[in-house]
Design a protein around this ligand. Structure first.
Ligand code: TRP
Ligand code: ZN
Length: 879
């Protein structure tokens, strides 16, 4: 395989740079054709730097047009410059100012890293290594500098000029040009730099901090979309208040701006004082955005805002520490949502997501520790392991230390490291020191890849009145880590007595057991409870207190008992899922289910629906069977996605068809004429009603497909409309094709709604979907430079349509491989991300495995690949 320059970076090689850039003055002259960037970098050698040590600056696709030190132009022999770097061969051994000038072509920057144009707006994305595409620099997160930015641009094309920090000057620059000067007083790494220049509308508001400082808030967007930014603004103000309440963290500048852009590689970016967002995470109105969209906006607005303390004020020493800011900030945004909405529902959705995305990563060829120790392409490590497993680790810390102990640790972390670029070790030390505990073994969670498997054997001794749990943990090998150490696993638990109430004990031995938690810290433990009068039903891993796979299965009777009685809502949900999973796994393996067990599950589902103590949002999650990919991974090897699809369909019918009357009655009772509102109660009601609709459609209940068509046609909001469409398309109802066609005509002009159509189209398990996708991609009007469109179509297909992606004839694999080869030349980050959909391949049955391997090998031989795609591909084939 040929890839762009092969190189591996190791954590163990970390050394501080011999020079530091302490302040930066940038002057951008933005013209329609090109942008001139002049940089004045104030550089200081370290005390330990030896005379003659060269200063090596990063660059990426740059071209140098002038260079000087302290105002004197450099002779050619004094430096070496090419597109990928600038070396000053013998810099002065004192503070000096390096001046450079480069010319950029943002228009042709389809990688969307550095300075680029999105729908005419100039904007930047610098994390992790985009700043080196703007100017030669020490582009590493441990170089903190203060930035002053002057921008000059045509007034007609870019009346709005924004950068980090505070606006200190602006005015006319003659010839139809104007300028603005922004200053950010907080030293920051270059990845937090941002600039925006464009013709944008905006909404403004303000927030007064706890200490009484007034902060001006602005959200900038395409003209005409202003009213669609109100939910984002509301979310921002609630985030600011929450961080003060919950963590004592106030905002620190006088201005906080958000800009929505249409072309963006990820969700959003936490640039200091100037967050830049993918517009799909800003715009919302009831007839085009779903409840899921509203939820995503609230969550990501909060996430980026929370980075101001966890990421910006305290940043990462190097990119190996990425989860220092990301895992912690995801934990914080999860807590925000839990406090604002329903904690149980949030936990269940997050765990479902962890199992859908992170577990397969951790169990496949791309597995890596939350803190990796080597990488070839850092962009490939913005993963669900770093983000979501990173958040689980922080959550376990909070579970082990308790809320007060966790807060003490956070306070000490802020106190010690504000203004620094630091490490996971320093983070853990703050919690250890604040609580007087040792976290050395706990740290292994950050260093070890793979999902631990936790197995439990129980036994009850009626004569001795003792109850024993034998616990065992084992983490399977992952690429590069053949043997694993035991982790610290907090297992929240409870014992339920015969009537479902909590059961106490008179004594316990064998492991560290606190009132509601067993801490397993060795490979195995045997925990014995004494004074137990009856055999209890154990509820284990309550709230999913550790990111593990709980292997032991209770009997169906115990599971249904838990589904009915557990005081822990997470485990109530889990128990129902487990019953469905056991039936599905057995059926795929050839063991037909008994009518008795089906009836029992149907009855439990009916009871859940009828319960007066459970809320709608919870019921919507509980009335479901595990998804196909989770069934596949539970089976674990020789997966045949079509067989799983067929079994799951039959199971849906068997369990829910007998409940059709109840489901329909509940569906009708949930109908509401109230105008759309995104509050938790209304969202829960819609979620349950739409779940019932999809169960009716999927179980082919009489009249269900017509009901879905009717809901689609009469819906007063996008949540209800899209739910009806998705249920129909995924079940392939007779009405689905006409509904899809209608949706396209109705909404095709709104790109964010078009994405929903692309998603529903790509996720349909029917034959012909690949041909349809080819037709869509070949349309000359389809924007292959827009990541949202590409991910909605091909990303969805590779990640969420196992039947067609993993077709036995290999057509799905070939389609995605060809797509990756093509898009890699436009946007390597998008191509590499889509390619990760192949990570399931080693688990497939042998025919499909061979087909996947052939497609991957074909990609490997297709020509030069980017470092992004080459790195994913080589790990995919090696693992
Ligand atoms: N730091 C961003 C976050 O909040 C992630 C991100 C945004 C990103 N844009 C990116 C990462 C581009 C890599 C490349 O999570
Ligand atoms: Zn983040």
């Amino acid at each position: 395989m040929r890839t762009e320059t092969e190189h591996t970076i190791y954590l163990k090689d970390y050394t501080p740079s011999p020079y530091r850039i302490v302040s930066v003055a940038l002057d951008f002259r933005i013209l329609a054709e090109q942008t001139r960037v002049q940089a004045q970098l104030t550089v200081e050698p370290r005390e330990t730097t030896a005379p003659g040590t060269p200063l090596v600056l990063d660059g990426d696709e740059l071209n140098l047009t002038s260079i000087a030190i302290d105002g004197l132009p450099l002779v050619l022999s004094a430096y070496a410059a090419d597109a990928n770097g600038l070396t000053i061969i013998e810099p002065p051994l004192r503070r000096f100012v390096l001046e450079t000038e480069v010319m950029l072509q943002p228009e042709g920057n389809t990688k969307l890293m550095g300075l680029y144009r999105s729908s005419g707006t100039w904007c930047t994305q610098c994390e992790p290594e985009g700043f080196r595409r703007i100017t030669y620099y020490l582009d590493r997160p441990d170089n903190l500098a203060v930035f002053k930015v002057r921008m000059t641009a045509p007034l007609d094309l870019a009346p709005v000029l924004l950068a980090n920090g505070n606006l200190v000057d602006k005015g006319d620059a003659g010839d139809g040009m104007h300028y603005a000067v922004w200053e950010d007083p907080f030293p920051k790494p270059a990845y937090l730099f941002a600039l925006v220049a464009g013709d944008l509308g905006s909404i403004t508001d303000s927030f007064t901090t706890a200490s009484g400082r007034k902060v001006e808030l602005g959200i900038y967007c395409t003209h005409g979309k202003e009213e669609q930014c109100l939910w984002a603004m509301d979310s921002l103000k609630r985030s600011m208040a929450w961080d003060e309440r919950r963590f004592g963290r106030e905002y620190d500048l006088d201005i906080f701006n958000i800009v929505a852009v249409s072309d963006f590689n990820f969700g959003a970016m936490e640039n200091k004082g100037l967050n830049i967002f993918n517009d799909k995470l800003v715009f919302a109105k009831p007839d085009t955005a779903t409840d899921g969209d509203y939820d995503g906006i609230e969550r990501v607005i909060a996430h980026e805002y929370f980075h101001n303390w966890t990421g910006n004020r305290i940043t990462c020493r190097d990119w190996f520490q990425l989860c220092l800011k990301e895992g912690l900030t995801v934990y914080r945004d999860q807590e925000f949502t839990s406090d604002e909405r329903s904690r149980a529902v949030k936990r269940i959705s997050d765990v479902a997501m962890l199992r859908r995305a992170q577990f397969p990563e951790d169990g496949g060829p791309l597995a890596h520790p939350p803190r990796p120790d080597q990488y070839r392409e850092i962009n490939n490590f913005y993963t669900t392991t770093v983000y979501e497993k990173g958040a689980e680790i922080v959550r376990m810390l909070a579970t082990l230390l308790g809320e007060a102990g966790f807060r003490k640790g956070m306070d000490l972390y802020f106190e010690r490291h504000d203004g620094e670029a630091t490490t996971i070790e320093a983070f853990l030390a703050a919690f250890a020191d604040a609580n007087g505990v040792n976290l050395d073994q706990f740290k292994t969670w950050y260093l070890q890849a793979g999902t631990p498997r936790l197995s439990v054997d129980e036994s009850y001794d009626a004569a001795a009145q003792t109850y024993t749990l034998k616990l065992k943990q084992e983490t399977p090998p992952t690429p590069g880590q053949p043997s694993k150490e035991a982790l610290v696993v907090p297992i929240k638990f409870g014992l339920l007595g015969p009537n479902g109430s909590p059961m106490g004990w008179s004594g316990v031995s064998g492991a560290e057991v606190r009132d509601d938690m067993i801490v397993l810290d060795g490979p195995s433990a045997e925990v014995t409870f004494t004074g137990i009068a009856n055999r209890p039903v154990p509820s284990l891993l309550r709230g999913f207190s550790a990111p593990v796979i709980l292997e032991s299965r209770a009997s169906q009777a115990d599971q249904l008992f838990l589904a009915r009685h557990d005081s822990d809502p997470f485990n109530r949900w889990q128990a129902l899922q487990d019953v469905g999973m056991d039936l599905a796994v057995a059926a795929v393996g050839g063991t037909a289910w008994s009518q008795e067990s089906i009836t029992a599950l149907s009855q439990a589902m009916a009871d859940t629906l009828a319960s007066t103590e459970l809320d709608d949002a919870f019921k919507a999650l509980a009335l479901a069977l595990p998804d196909e990919s989770l069934i596949g991974r539970t089976i674990g090897k020789d997966i045949d996605p079509s067989a799983i699809h067929a079994v799951r369909d039959q199971l849906l019918k068997a369990v829910f068809e007998p409940l059709a009357m109840e489901l329909l009655a509940a569906y009708r009772a949930l109908t509401s004429a109230a105008p759309y509102a995104p509050d938790p109660a209304s969202t829960g009601r819609r979620a349950l009603r739409n779940r019932l609709l999809s169960l009716l459609v999927a179980s082919e209940a009489a009249g269900a497909s017509g009901l879905a068509a009717q809901q689609y046609a009469q819906a007063s909001n996008m949540t209800d409309r899209l739910a009806a469409l998705a249920a129909s398309a995924s079940a392939g109802t007779a009405e689905a094709p006409a509904m899809l066609a209608d949706f396209r005509t109705r909404f095709g002009a709104d790109p964010l709604v078009l994405d929903k159509w692309l998603t529903v189209t790509a996720a349909a398990p029917r034959d012909g979907v690949i041909e349809d996708m080819k037709g869509i991609l070949d349309d000359p009007g389809f924007p292959k430079t827009n990541p949202n469109r590409l991910r909605a179509l091909v990303g969805t297909f590779a990640m969420s349509n196992p039947t067609q992606f993993a077709r036995a004839d290999g057509a799905g694999f070939r389609f995605v491989a060809d797509f990756v080869a093509e898009v890699d030349k436009i946007n390597p980050q998008v191509a590499a991300r889509v390619l990760t959909g192949f990570r399931i391949w080693p688990m497939l049955e042998s025919g499909r495995r061979d087909a996947a391997k052939a497609a991957l090998t074909g990609l490997q031989n297709s020509g030069t690949l980017s470092r992004n795609t080459g790195d994913i591909l080589s790990r995919m084939l090696a693992g």
